[in-house]
Design a protein around this ligand. Structure first.
Ligand SMILES: [Fe+2]
Length: 435
């Protein structure tokens, strides 16, 4: 046997092993989505509490559609759709794939039923097992890249599911409990706020296009930015600190607010973070474990960019840029309160000495940076190019993941984005200062 044939055989064996690993990852991520939905009752699955929220039924169908549209249809030679109408119903926003069903109307789709959608999920899973068990050799690389993207997409929807379930349940004045067996919050105190100094320097920001490990296209390419000297706070702003802003008239003084923010405060009647409820004996917070007293030591969450920016103005500071955040995050501990910790709410962090703490997990941190492409950014080719690039207007970048993010899903270069008024995400912030 020639060396060349032997090498080819070795690499084919490695490919099979590699494909088997991806099949296990696929099954693990898909099972995590179903575990997240297990506490729901059928009635919970169909509610759309606002246009930004999708019914859980839609989420679990849409993440399956992603595998159908971008893997099974192009690469599984004998794939047969369960229902061809699903390609329209569960397409989120891929205009080059087909006309998507309007987002604000997702809650009006009572058929297919929840059971139908789980049958669809099983149909996709069976076909994906077939595809990954015997992938066409000429497309193995494309298939594995798309499986990786599809699994990261599904993890994003796991976090969206937690956010959306919370918003759906919060519409009910009885404050229903999603799960009563979540990890109990500790009585840990937040550390006193300290400032960490970072010198002015040319910094490398973002990811190499072909770096090892997964990254979304919007994190690339790695590029240089000159970052002036700055200070970053040692932890996110806490509920106690945000209460001080409220008690100082933060929501009543227009001088702290951006114009759009002030208009929103007046129109929406904001007086506190989303999910805070005032009772005779104090402030409560609607959580996925039900209505509980606000944990004053925990990072404030469910605030908009406008509220974060107004607080920073009141406190004589500012929000960090995303480049500043990333510079600090590269030195920070990547452990944190993620979905695996099973709190599903932010909790007070531990003490950090040498670098800012709680950079990862707990709350997505608003930055002062608009969500725009990095120099040299190129979206993925084809319809998948619609994944991130077309949303680069009118949104602000958030960093670090939250208590509903799978730990393996987050990294220092990860760029999340929401419109500045949005507050149904687990969104908080930390402060920065010029030196
Ligand atoms: Fe999606």
């Amino acid at each position: 046997m020639s060396l060349l044939v032997e090498r080819k055989r070795d690499s084919a064996f490695e490919e099979i092993q590699h494909t088997k690993e991806w099949l296990r990852s696929y099954q693990r991520v898909r099972a995590a989505t179903e575990a997240l939905c297990a506490p729901l009752c059928k009635e919970d699955y169909v509610v759309q509490s606002m246009a930004d929220v999708s019914p859980p039924k839609w989420h679990i169908a849409h993440v399956s559609w992603f595998f159908e549209a971008f893997l099974l249809t192009p690469f599984h030679a004998s794939y047969c759709p369960l229902d061809s109408a699903y390609d329209f119903l569960f397409n989120s926003y891929y205009e080059t794939h087909g006309t998507p069903f309007p987002r604000p109307h997702r809650g009006l789709i009572s058929r297919p039923t929840v059971d139908d959608v789980y049958r669809y999920r099983a149909h996709i899973d069976n076909a994906m097992v077939e595809l990954l068990s015997n992938p066409p050799a000429e497309h193995v690389n494309d298939i594995l890249h798309r499986v990786e993207l599809g699994l990261n997409h599904e993890q994003q929807h796991q976090e969206l599911l937690a956010m959306d379930i919370k918003h759906i349940l919060s519409q009910n004045p009885l404050f229903p409990v999603y799960r009563s067996d979540l990890s109990p919050a500790s009585d840990q105190q937040a550390e006193p706020l300290r400032w960490h100094d970072f010198a002015a320097d040319v910094r490398y920001i973002g990811r190499e296009v072909h770096a090892d490990g997964f990254a979304f296209d919007n994190e690339t390419p790695r590029h240089r930015q000159f970052v002036e000297a700055f200070q970053l706070s040692s932890r996110p702003v806490t509920n106690a600190e945000f209460l001080a802003f409220m008690q100082a008239g933060g929501y009543e003084h227009p001088d702290y607010w951006l114009s759009d923010g002030w208009q929103t405060v007046k129109q929406a009647g904001w007086k506190a973070p989303l999910y805070w409820v005032k009772r005779d004996d104090g402030w409560y917070h609607m959580t996925l474990g039900g209505l509980v007293p606000v944990d004053w030591q925990a990072p404030v969450s469910h605030v908009s960019f406008y509220e974060a920016d107004a607080f920073a103005c009141w406190a004589g500071a500012r929000l960090p840029t995303e480049a500043e955040w990333e510079v600090a995050a590269r030195e920070a501990n990547s452990e944190g309160n993620f979905i695996e910790q099973d709190y599903l709410r932010p909790v007070a962090g531990g003490v950090s000495e040498d670098a800012p703490g709680q950079m990862f997990g707990d709350v997505w941190e608003w930055t002062g940076s608009a969500y725009r492409p990095y120099p040299g950014f190129k979206p993925l080719p084809g319809s998948l190019g619609e994944y991130n690039g077309k949303f680069m207007s009118g949104q602000m970048v958030l960093r670090g993941g939250c208590c509903a993010t799978p730990q393996a899903h987050i990294r220092a270069t990860y760029r999340n984005f929401f419109p500045p008024h949005a507050r149904w995400a687990f969104s908080g912030f930390r402060l920065a200062k010029d030196v």
